[in-house]
Ligand binder design. Structure first.
Ligand code: FAD
Length: 400
């Protein structure tokens, strides 16, 4: 039968039905518009192949897999200016010290909240492995490179997922003895994996020669639509609520940020959409605390555990270098950065670390904000895909 989820999402305090409804009615419509805005559609990423785990076995040659970087004129002018001000090699120059226009405008209005959106690698993210100071990166227009079926599968893809799941701290993960922190961690990854599967099922290449795209119900049933894999859908909901909580928590900062891409009209619209999302009354009513991060890291070994999980997450970020399909790597990297940013937002503020390693000033980079809200949109779409395709599946079972 079809996955029928009811009751409360584990590790959260919201009902499945409420999440599904508020997503469809309030969250998803805003996010869909938001990710179309210039600020949110250009993601800065290195797709260079630099896999530390296996020898290079050739870049992706699959037709639906390659990514085209943006034309130079497409990249927002203020971003390019900030990039050239902070290129390595200019070190020590006064321009490096100078805050970009984006920051200056923001800082004036965010004294209370102390988050700014900088360009790239300005701020440390404790969950990301970052040692590529001079990598080749490009800007990718996400709208031109949608996440969907690419044909990347088999041994190569499994190797990556295995690497991610095979880490020792992921064994017996769902059993009740396992501490919440590890389970949360696993569920975020699994939820992202479910979301990728949902997008593949929704946008599948149905006819190789004709280039016809559409839903693949059988694939959906196999990966997300049967009782045996109910947990995957539960983890999707969990990941969604976790990232939603992070976005709401970062709300005061996100609301006051200057979304400057040099197109004032669209940038004002972007601010308005962000405000609509983080101030949504419907969300507050349906799900006042999507996830309660205050419960975590409280045990004696909290700090040690956090360090372990961070090291583990660094391995996952490195594993993304090994993904053998440019488009999958693009979306994989974006979503991993989105998770890392959510972890940073929820677990670096004073109120949830017991004060020991609290960063007094949480700061987000432009790319982190772009990744977090695009990830939330991906998860939101997936929840809707699961709802729709589950209904279709039930329907086709009734009228075979
Ligand atoms: P896979 O999805 O490869 O799963 C492997 C194993 O993991 C399964 O057998 C199961 O045991 C376990 N598993 C599956 N789902 C879950 C879950 N939700 N939680 C926990 N365990 C699970 N392909 C595309 O077509 N488009 C993309 O954009 C794309 N992006 C990708 C991004 C990354 C980072 C990676 C690693 C792969 C990506 N792929 C993409 C490939 C895709 O994820 C699958 O690997 C591929 O479609 C083959 O699927 P599969 O049915 O063999 O199972």
């Amino acid at each position: 039968g079809t996955c029928q989820l009811s009751g409360t999402v584990r590790d959260c305090s919201c009902e499945y039905a409420a999440v599904e409804r508020v997503n469809r009615e309030a969250v998803l419509p805003v996010l869909k518009e938001l990710v179309r805005q210039p600020f949110f559609r250009y993601f800065k990423v290195s797709l260079y192949c630099d896999c530390p785990f296996w020898p290079d076995d050739g870049m992706c040659v699959l037709r639906d897999c390659s990514v085209c970087p943006c034309e130079d004129h497409e990249v927002p002018a203020p971003w390019k200016a900030a990039d050239s001000a902070s290129t390595p090699g200019c070190e020590g120059s006064p321009r490096l010290e100078e805050e970009s226009a984006v920051d200056r405008r923001m800082d004036a209005s965010t004294k209370e909240h102390l988050v700014s959106i900088r360009g790239w690698r300005g701020f440390n993210n404790p969950w990301m492995h970052e040692d590529e100071s001079d990598v080749d990166y490009s800007y990718i227009n996400l709208l031109m490179n949608p996440e969907r079926y690419t044909g990347y599968k088999g041994e190569h893809a499994h190797r990556i997922w295995n690497l991610i799941y095979s880490q020792s701290c992921f064994s017996n993960i769902m059993d009740p003895e396992t501490c919440t922190e590890r389970r949360v961690f696993y569920r975020l990854i699994s939820g992202m994996h479910s979301s990728i599967s949902a997008h593949i099922a929704k946008e599948y290449l149905l006819d190789e020669r004709g280039g016809r795209w559409g839903p693949n119900l059988a694939l959906f049933q196999e990966r997300l639509g049967n009782e045996g894999v109910r947990e995957r859908v539960e983890n999707l909901y969990f990941a969604y609520l976790f990232v939603l909580r992070a976005a709401l928590k970062a709300g005061p900062l996100l609301k006051e940020a200057a979304y400057d891409t040099g197109s004032p009209l669209e940038d004002a619209q972007t601010s308005e959409l962000v405000r609509k999302l983080v101030d949504s009354q419907a969300v507050k009513e349906a799900c006042p605390v999507p996830f309660d991060e205050g419960r975590l890291w409280k045990g004696e070994d909290g700090e040690e555990l956090k360090r372990q999980l961070q090291a583990h997450f660094h391995n996952i970020t490195k594993a993304m270098e090994c993904v053998g399909c440019e488009k999958c790597k693009l979306w994989g990297k974006l979503q991993i950065l989105g998770i890392a940013t959510s972890l940073k937002v929820l677990f670096s503020a004073e109120d949830c670390t017991g004060g020991q390693t609290a960063e007094p000033q949480l700061r987000l980079e432009r790319n982190e904000v772009i990744a977090m809200l695009n990830l939330l949109e991906r998860l939101a779409v997936s929840i809707e895909v699961v709802r729709e395709m589950s209904l279709e599946l039930a329907d086709s079972a009734r009228h075979p």
